[in-house]
Design a protein around this ligand. Structure first.
Ligand SMILES: Cc1cc2nc3c(=O)[nH]c(=O)nc-3n(C[C@H](O)[C@H](O)[C@H](O)COP(=O)(O)O)c2cc1C
Length: 201
């Protein structure tokens, strides 16, 4: 059975560029990888701000939306986060989505496709890696960075129309699509899954 790669679009606002960048990457992933790729749009997932009474380590969720999100993250073997930066930080939707569950992320590789101004969203990526380390996910160094200036030769165009030379290759190498991280981390996940079910009441 192929491993499941979830491509997660981390911006949720109306008119967002993220959905275009995400579609471009999703296509590249489907063409290049041996993964079964799934499209996850945080705007469609529609999680409220963390509203569970119990700590996610207990995995004792009260709300259907949390149970649905838990099942989505749990089912994936690897992730690529398609993310801009807002005020040098991850989008609130992304931080909220990571915080909402815990064990479901553990020992799964996470790659990045980031975009934005001159920095191409890299400050948000760095900050997100700290959050991911708390949930024991495994951020991958190889990444796709889309500064809008470079993508559009000075024009602010959605990069799905002009992803830029070499970016498809970068996408093919990025994160869990390359490097074998998906198989390297897999044995680590078994004890976590076992201890998680033991910890839950
Ligand atoms: C609230 C907000 C904060 C932003 N902060 C940054 C920033 O710190 N660095 C940056 O390069 N771009 C920043 N931008 C510009 C975004 O890179 C650009 O709007 C991008 O299209 C946002 O992604 P989205 O369209 O998918 O929401 C910001 C945009 C918004 C809406």
């Amino acid at each position: 059975m192929p491993l499941q790669l979830d491509v997660i679009v981390a911006s949720t606002r109306p008119g967002r560029v993220g959905v275009h960048v995400g579609r471009w990457f999703h296509e590249v992933a489907r063409e290049h990888s041996g993964f079964e790729t799934h499209w996850i749009d945080l705007a469609e997932v529609g999680l409220p701000l963390v509203d569970e009474p119990k700590h996610p380590r207990l995995r004792d969720y009260q709300h259907e939306h949390t149970k649905r999100w838990s099942a989505i993250v749990d089912a994936a073997d690897a992730f690529v986060l398609v993310t801009p930066e807002y005020n040098y930080s991850p989008t609130p939707a992304l931080t909220n989505a990571i915080d909402t569950v815990l064990h479901e992320w553990a020992y799964k590789p996470v790659g990045f496709v980031s975009y934005g101004g001159v920095s191409g969203g890299l400050r948000a990526v760095q900050a997100t890696k700290i959050t991911l380390s708390a949930v024991k996910a495994v951020p991958i160094n190889e990444a796709v960075v889309v500064p809008f200036g470079a993508a559009g030769q000075g024009r602010r165009v959605p990069p799905e129309r002009d992803p830029g030379e070499g970016r498809d290759d970068a996408a093919a190498r990025a994160g869990p699509l390359g490097g074998g991280a998906q198989t390297a981390e897999e044995p680590l996940r078994t004890p976590v899954i076992a201890s998680t079910s033991a910890a839950a009441p």
